[in-house]
Design a protein around this ligand. Structure first.
Ligand SMILES: [Zn+2]
Length: 74
């Protein structure tokens, strides 16, 4: 079961909740003050976003056409 991170808008604390993926959007009760916490972006989601930003877009969309401009060795 994945762990989700939540932040409390009332006391500004962050906490984690273990719950099924199907319930990840549910509100989580803050253990400090009892307010409803809001789900934060998971580390995984943040990493994936960074990855998308840094992966170069391949011209033509089909990968290497081997015209000599790539490093595939052919
Ligand atoms: Zn709180």
């Amino acid at each position: 079961m994945p762990v989700y991170e939540y932040s409390c808008p009332t006391c500004k604390s962050t906490f984690e909740e273990l719950r099924p993926m199907s319930r990840h959007a549910d509100v989580a009760q803050c253990p400090t003050c009892g307010s409803q916490g809001r789900k934060k972006l998971s580390v995984f989601a943040i990493n994936r976003d960074l990855l998308v930003d840094t992966v170069p877009v391949t011209a033509g969309g089909g990968g290497c056409a081997c015209g000599g401009g790539c490093a595939c060795g052919a």
